[in-house]
Ligand binder design. Structure first.
Ligand SMILES: [Zn+2]
Ligand SMILES: [Zn+2]
Length: 131
């Protein structure tokens, strides 16, 4: 189910962001989740309740972006990418909402060890990797 934080009250958006803040620690430039993930896998998850839509687990980095921007993440083929390539990171400054193909371009940067640039489309450029 696509995450729609606009269905939450401002109070609840703040509440969940504070919970994420309290459940993560600085690690270099990153901020890393420290409570494990309810859903397992490499991306930690947290359960939140959206009125009228019930309770679901969402990837925490997606929550951080969506709650901070009060934005529904429903653009086709878009995803939240980690500029730092640290899947445990919940630092808003390290997240980019971008096309899947742009996210995939970044894989080459990781294997090379530095950002190769060129992360963008004909209409929009996205930020460089943080490596
Ligand atoms: Zn990071
Ligand atoms: Zn890059």
């Amino acid at each position: 189910m696509s995450l729609d934080p606009t269905q939450l009250t401002a109070f609840n958006r703040t509440y969940y962001l504070q919970k994420i803040e309290d459940s993560s620690n600085p690690q270099g430039a990153c901020r890393v989740w420290n409570r494990g993930g309810e859903g397992g896998g490499s991306y930690p998850r947290m359960r939140i309740t959206i009125p009228g839509r019930g309770s679901h687990q969402y990837r925490i980095h997606q929550l951080v972006y969506a709650l901070n921007n009060n934005k529904k993440l429903d653009t086709p083929y878009f995803e939240i990418s980690h500029l730092c390539h640290n899947t445990q990171c919940v630092n808003l400054e390290h997240l980019s909402y971008e096309p899947h193909v742009t996210n995939m371009q970044r894989v080459n940067c990781v294997s090379t060890g530095h950002c190769l640039g060129g992360h963008g489309t004909q209409t929009e450029q996205y930020r460089a990797c943080i490596l």
